[in-house]
Design a protein around this ligand. Structure first.
Ligand SMILES: Cc1cc2nc3c(=O)[nH]c(=O)nc-3n(C[C@H](O)[C@H](O)[C@H](O)COP(=O)(O)O)c2cc1C
Length: 162
């Protein structure tokens, strides 16, 4: 036999269409009247962990200065479906997608979802990263958004809380 069966394609870390995808967006907080931010965020995280676990979605939610910045990563279809649902949530407004890209690995694989509200110390770290200017999600581009979230991930990792 001159033409052997084609060997199976090597396993790719990023096959399509079920391949790993990362989506990052920023939105403005829109809290129900009188609702404390930490309770709103706790409710979001409770639902997120439940739903995201089922869909193999991991990520991080940054809560700061009236904004949310969130990374969602997982199978492409699941991420897009979940984001559509999140985007319609009245607890925030004007979600703006900053990045939606195939990913070669998970950057936030430790958490089905984890929220971080920046403390003063965290803000000092943003200064070091020279990201304070960039923080305004109006100005945040894909690269700086991912850098920012990874910096927050590292702070969160050091705090030892998932
Ligand atoms: C900023 C923000 C981030 C959210 N992130 C997620 C998420 O990662 N996963 C999720 O399932 N729901 C998330 N939600 C909540 C969803 O919009 C929605 O309320 C929830 O998925 C409904 O879950 P349920 O049908 O189990 O009640 C988020 C909401 C907001 C406002």
């Amino acid at each position: 036999m001159t033409s052997p069966d084609p060997s199976p394609a090597p396993a790719r870390s990023n096959p399509r269409p079920g391949g790993l995808q990362r989506l990052i967006y920023a939105s403005r907080q829109n809290l129900p009247d009188g609702a404390p931010l930490d309770e709103v965020v706790s409710d979001i995280i409770r639902a997120s962990i439940r739903n995201n676990r089922e869909q193999s979605i991991t990520g991080l939610l940054l809560v700061h200065g009236g904004w949310f910045v969130q990374a969602l990563e997982g199978p492409a279809a699941a991420v897009q479906e979940r984001f559509e649902r999140i985007a319609g949530d009245p607890r925030h407004a004007d979600p703006k997608v900053l990045e939606i890209e195939p990913a070669s690995g998970r950057a936030f694989g430790d958490w089905n979802m984890c929220a971080r509200t920046l403390s003063d110390a965290d803000e000092a770290l943003l200064d070091e990263l020279e990201q304070r200017q960039a923080f305004s999600p109006d100005r945040l581009d894909a690269r700086s958004a991912l850098r920012l979230l990874k910096a927050v991930r590292d702070i969160q990792g050091r705090a030892g809380f998932g």
